[in-house]
Design a protein around this ligand. Structure first.
Ligand code: PMP
Length: 416
């Protein structure tokens, strides 16, 4: 036939469900969830609009709430000194660096931030990406390949999962925090692969528990694997100065091959970083797609995190206050007979309630009493461990915690 003539074939055999967006399974799941919430008389717990900075309290729809749903652990977001760092950066650099750093997007503030991170970790170098999620996707996706193996905790964050899938490496999960299970997997599979990477987190954000780092370090040594720790929730939180999982256990920086963290939690910004030896960091800087093919971090995002890092070092009492209020919350919650799982009482304390509808109802009832806490529902966690997840901040007071736990006791009673 004539290749330049438009085709007149009519594909009447393609079912509508393959051409309509509202037939996407995800869309239908959202519709079901909304309908379920409506039938229970609940407002949608997602996409609540906060009108200002979200700290220990937050303005939502014109009303001030006690807020336990934001990972502003050290209260740095909203700190006037950090706001000023952002404003000064905009005035100096403008609002965009207008190119990938590898071409013309490099600014002094980028290296200042990265050097400060490398110093905090006592490692050779660090590189900052514009997104925490993209940091894991690009780092795992680039560093590992089809001849390699990734072994990860079953509760690892979505960004690491997506990176592992992108890499093409063989991927096996081990039961949460179970170093013995990991040991067995390494013994069985190490020999068949070239590079092997173990991925764990410093503080698990759904459970508030930590891995036994020294055990993972000895395993990675014995089996000649690399160890990566995602410190999204542990940097700024664990250790007496907030220096993370390493300080919590008193291990050496070089015991972990790849330190990953985000700027979006304790460091009051947006973005992610990788810290470690020069060869690894340099490779990512030149070759990781999410760095190379993405715009450089805007200065007004880099500057506040750099300022937060400096303030963290100057004001370690913030970390100590965070520890004290978190432990207080955990102890009072336990004393009230609540199920806080394995939380160690550092910034993240879940209250496990056992079903998604109950978690949604309790969150709704607390919201009506001026307390904002996120319900974590199936499929984010198994149905029987649906929960309210409380994020603490160093700015929460004991009175606020007491008020919250007595409100929780009441709404629990009302729900029976
Ligand atoms: N890692 C972990 C463990 C996380 O919880 C998150 C998100 N909160 C990320 C990575 C991604 O970071 P960001 O939200 O800064 O993109």
């Amino acid at each position: 036939g004539d290749a330049s003539r438009p085709s007149t074939a009519v594909h009447s055999t393609v079912p509508e469900r393959f051409t309509r967006f509202d037939a996407l399974p995800g869309y239908q799941q959202i519709a079901l969830m909304r309908e379920g919430a409506r039938r229970l008389g609940l407002t949608d717990p997602f996409f609540k609009v906060h009108d200002g900075n979200a700290g220990a309290t937050s303005l939502i729809d014109g009303r001030e709430y006690l807020n336990f749903a934001s990972y502003n652990y050290l209260g740095f977001s909203g700190d006037p000194r950090i706001n000023r760092a952002a404003c000064e950066a905009v005035e100096h650099y403008g609002t965009s660096v207008s190119a990938s750093r590898v071409v013309s997007g490099e600014r002094p503030i980028h290296r200042q931030l990265e050097q400060a991170l490398a110093e905090a970790y006592e490692v050779e170098d660090a590189v900052a990406f514009v997104s925490g999620h993209a940091t894991n996707v690009s780092t795992l996706g680039y560093l590992l390949g089809p001849r390699d193996l990734i072994l990860h905790d079953e509760y690892i964050h979505n960004s690491s999962l997506v990176g592992a899938q992108l890499s093409g490496a063989k991927r096996i999960s081990f039961p949460h925090n179970d170093a013995d299970a990991l040991d067995a997997l390494l013994a069985r599979h190490r020999g068949q692969f070239e590079r092997v990477l173990i991925v764990i987190e410093g503080l698990y954000s759904m459970d508030g528990d930590v891995p036994e780092l020294p055990r993972f370090v000895s395993l990675k040594r014995r089996h000649q694997a690399w160890l990566m720790v995602d410190e999204a929730h542990s940097f700024g939180v664990l250790g007496k100065n907030g220096l993370g999982l390493r300080q919590h256990f008193g291990t050496a920086a070089e015991d972990v091959d790849i330190w990953m963290g985000t700027l979006s939690k304790s460091l009051a910004g947006c973005g992610g970083y990788i810290a470690g030896c020069r060869a690894m960091v340099e490779t990512l800087r030149y070759l990781a797609p999410g760095f190379l093919y993405s715009v450089g971090m805007p200065a007004q995002v880099a500057a506040p995190s750099l300022e937060a890092l400096r303030l963290l070092q100057r004001e370690p009492e913030r970390v100590q206050r965070l520890h004290a209020i978190s432990r207080y919350f955990l102890e009072r919650a336990r004393a009230a007979g609540l199920d806080t799982g394995h939380s160690i009482g550092a910034a993240v304390v879940p209250v496990i309630v056992g079903s998604s509808p109950l978690a949604a109802r309790l969150s709704h009832a607390l919201f009506e009493r001026g307390i904002n806490v996120q319900p974590i529902l199936h499929p984010a966690v198994p149905e029987k461990s649906a929960r309210l997840r409380f994020f603490l901040s160093c700015e929460h007071t004991r009175a606020q915690v007491d008020q919250t736990l007595s409100a929780l006791k009441e709404v629990f009673q009302d729900s029976r």
